[in-house]
Design a binder for this molecule. Structure first.
Ligand SMILES: Nc1nc2c(ncn2[C@@H]2O[C@H](COP(=O)(O)OP(=O)(O)OP(=O)(O)O)[C@@H](O)[C@H]2O)c(=O)[nH]1
Ligand SMILES: [Mg+2]
Length: 459
């Protein structure tokens, strides 16, 4: 039978660094008996057993049966509750080849460790009360942060800024529920000023939820990256611009129109943001089935793009297809390419002259792009009363927050309509529970399993 996250008595071990070759690798273990089990295959068992928490112990990993030495390592000892998981733990720093790692892990499993499930160390930290769910998710976000903006946001969540905010809102509701419950016991004493106070409480909680919800679109862009699509008619210079931005000759460039058939993507950093940059097939009506499919795919990407860079060959100028495109995507950034060529036509209003051939002018273009991206992210985040530190992350948090908001709106509507207090309380309770699920105070087991199984192995 396969193990579940809830078998917390089992000692676990896993590689915490990427598979493959590296100078060093870290093998992580955790469990009440972790130190004793590692000591069984350590050249200096007593040194390990006697080590205080946070001590590094030098030695060899040795097979206790054959006495074969597997690797020279440093073992870092953590004593419960002062470890990431809250349990005893040893982190083994060994040499980073797949062969070394495999042998050490096999030896650890033979001593009684089980292979850790994905995110199981974080799960134990959560289950042991070392962290709440929002902060556990923030750790996972930090391991995946691909740009500075994502790192900053995840770090704020890790420090507990969002958890504290959510707990504050939930407490407000719990106080309110206690008040309503007391009144339900003595309904004859209901006073109008009390009803007015409850309405105020609910209003305040609803405003806070609404402000938090508004942080999501901007936060999502910061976390997941910004989809930027380069579009234009064939030969406009899209692939040339793409190559310049990704700083390698990724896309084929040729004077022949219709060179790029399928779209091509690359992740780059612009300023603080991770950008998924996509080069597309030149837009035109083509009788060629392959090219037509390429154009169809380009269109599909354009519909999802956060930002479009629309390129025109400045030596050719605008035609009706360009005008139709701009009408359809009025927010596209309009770029008049090939400005290095003397035959380039006069720059129309609203366009920016660029050259995908002139590397010297490229710095200016890149910084313009950076400013445009910042403005775009800014526009997508109306932070309301919050400082930039408090943003929600991920679909799960957004969905639960929306549920909390809607349940509270129902409570307010019920009270406005003069419905019974028990109905008002029911909706307030629903709302408080949704918030409790975000922080993990009341998350069902299968939800927890689903969340932690998306974490990295060894985290
Ligand atoms: N002088 C000059 N030539 C350019 C510039 N940008 C692109 N070209 C040339 O224009 C031709 C087409 O460039 P590509 O980058 O392949 O154009 P594309 O828009 O990707 O074309 P398709 O893939 O066919 O849609 C190539 O010969 C490039 O060298 C530029 O800024 N200045
Ligand atoms: Mg191309």
């Amino acid at each position: 039978m396969s193990r579940t996250y809830f078998d917390r008595s089992v000692p676990i071990a896993a590689l915490a660094t990427p598979e493959g070759r590296s100078a060093l690798a870290v093998i992580r273990t955790s469990g009440e008996k972790a130190i004793g089990l590692v000591a069984r295959c350590f050249s200096r068992p007593q040194a390990l057993l006697d080590a205080e928490g946070y001590r590094a112990v030098y030695g060899w990993i040795v097979d206790p049966h054959s006495q074969e030495r597997l690797d020279e390592v440093v073992a870092l000892v953590f004593r419960a509750p002062h470890s990431f998981t809250g349990e005893n733990a040893v982190e083994i720093m060994c040499h980073g080849s797949p062969a070394v790692v495999r042998r050490i892990l096999e030896l650890l499993y033979a001593q009684g460790f089980s292979p850790a499930l994905k995110g199981e160390f974080s799960f134990r930290a959560f289950a042991g009360g070392k962290t709440d769910l929002v902060r556990a998710e923030a750790i996972n976000e930090l391991t995946k942060a691909s740009c500075e903006a994502a790192r900053q946001d995840a770090l704020w969540r890790l420090t507990g800024a969002l958890s504290r905010k959510l707990e504050g809102i939930r407490h407000l509701m719990v106080d309110l529920l206690a008040d309503i419950d007391a009144r339900l016991d003595y309904p004859e004493d209901e006073a109008p000023e009390e009803v007015g106070r409850w309405a105020q409480y609910m209003q305040r909680a609803q405003e806070e939820l609404s402000d938090l919800l508004r942080t999501y679109p901007g936060g999502r862009l910061r976390q997941e990256g910004i989809l930027v699509v380069i579009a234009g008619r064939p030969n406009a210079g899209k692939s040339s611009l793409f190559n310049l931005l990704v700083r390698e000759e990724r896309a084929i460039v040729s004077p022949e129109p219709g060179t790029t058939r399928d779209w091509l993507e690359s992740w780059i950093s612009i300023g603080d943001f991770a950008v998924r940059l996509v080069d597309t097939a030149g837009l035109r009506n083509s009788g060629n089935a392959v090219e037509a499919e390429g154009v169809r795919r380009s269109q599909a990407l354009l519909d999802r793009a956060d930002m479009i860079l629309y390129l025109v060959d400045g030596t050719v100028g605008l035609n009706d297809e360009d005008r139709t495109f701009i009408e359809r995507f009025p927010e596209a950034l309009l770029l008049w390419n090939k400005s290095d060529l003397p035959q380039c036509k006069i720059l129309p209003q609203g366009w920016t002259a660029v050259s995908a051939k002139d590397v010297r002018s490229f710095g200016g273009f890149e910084s313009m792009l950076k400013d445009t991206l910042s403005a775009y992210v800014q526009k997508n985040q109306t932070l309301g009363q919050y400082e930039a530190q408090v943003r929600i992350a991920g679909e799960r948090q957004e969905r639960l927050l929306r549920q909390a908001y809607e349940a509270l709106s129902q409570a307010i509507a019920a009270q406005d309509a003069g419905a019974g207090l028990d109905l008002v309380a029911l909706h307030v309770r629903e709302s408080a529970e949704s918030i409790g699920e975000i922080t993990g105070d009341i998350a069902p087991d299968e939800v927890l399993e689903r969340i932690f199984s998306t974490f990295c192995l060894g985290k």
